[in-house]
Design a protein around this ligand. Structure first.
Ligand SMILES: C[S@@+](CC[C@H](N)C(=O)[O-])C[C@H]1O[C@@H](n2cnc3c(N)ncnc32)[C@H](O)[C@@H]1O
Length: 274
């Protein structure tokens, strides 16, 4: 607990990131990630393998962007930095472990950005979402974008803040969660380079006998096309969040998001899936 307070105070973060709760969420993720490091190992290995496939398929290797870079555990930063001229780690907040990892490479830069464009809305300074990824998506030198297990997280804090707002705002933005999740997927489609998506989609409470007690959609009703790889991520072993059950998330890796979207569209329109 003391370590969390010290980290919160010592992290260079904007006032907005403190007020929206993003810094608090990042600190608690760091703390949980440390406690659950053994359980998260297989998930991180799956993520690295999917990212390695995406790197291997990039013909040009100028700029790589990691969205939701967090503590840079899901992506092989050393290999990215060796393969690309520039690597941008994009997150709403960068804790010190991520800053230290970035400093080991002269071509890795940190970008502080709320990629949902919801900060002004939830701090009551705007009436809608902005488009913070437009500038990066317009850059033709971006050869790889990795959305690194942030999709299911993006709507959480905006929805929490919205729940505390007055009823007319709550009604006006009743579909905010879905818009944020869909908005991220649409933003990924706008990048012309290769896009790799890592995300979870469903949470399950699982007891010691392996029985599923409850299931939760993590993507606000948005469905994904079939992934290249699916696996279970033991997010919280028994005892971490609850004494009687573990929390297991279904996770997915898309080494080529553009290709998966195109195949999904063809399948829906009755054409060959290829
Ligand atoms: C589950 S973590 C991802 C872990 C990370 N990829 C890693 O390797 O450690 C989700 C990340 O999404 C980030 N995030 C949540 N909302 C965001 C937003 N609006 N803009 C940018 N990043 C956001 C969080 O700060 C967090 O780092």
């Amino acid at each position: 607990m003391l370590a969390e307070v010290v980290t919160w105070l010592a992290t260079p973060a904007s006032l907005d990131a403190r007020r929206t709760g993003h810094l608090t969420a990042a600190v608690s993720l760091w703390s949980r990630g440390f406690r659950c490091r053994r359980a998260w190992g297989p998930h991180e290995a799956h993520c690295h393998a999917v990212v390695d496939r995406a790197i291997g398929a990039c013909e040009r290797r100028r700029t790589a962007i990691v969205l939701g870079s967090g503590l840079v555990r899901d992506v092989p930063l050393d290999r990215l930095a060796a393969a690309f001229e520039t690597v941008l780690l994009v997150d709403v907040v960068h804790l010190w472990p991520a800053r230290w990892k970035a400093r080991r490479h002269r071509n890795v830069r940190l970008v502080d950005l709320d990629i949902t464009g919801s900060t002004d809305l939830i701090l009551d300074r705007a009436t809608g979402l902005s488009d913070p990824l437009a500038r990066l998506a317009a850059d033709p030198s971006v050869d790889l974008v990795i959305s690194a297990n942030c999709l299911s997280q993006l709507a959480l804090l905006p929805l929490e803040r919205l729940a505390a707002m007055n009823s007319s705002k709550r009604r006006r933005h009743a579909d905010l969660g879905r818009r944020i999740v869909e908005g991220h997927l649409v933003a990924l489609e706008r990048f012309s380079g290769r896009v790799c998506l890592l995300t979870d989609s469903e949470g399950r409470d699982v007891d010691a006998e392996g029985r599923v007690l409850e299931r939760r959609d993590l993507l606000e009703g948005v469905t994904l096309p079939p992934a290249d790889e699916d696996w279970d991520w033991e997010l919280a072993p028994i005892g971490e969040q609850a004494p009687d059950h573990a929390i297991v998330h279904r996770a997915h890796g898309f080494a080529d998001w553009h290709g998966s979207v195109a195949r999904g569209r063809r399948a829906r329109s009755g054409g060959p899936a290829r």
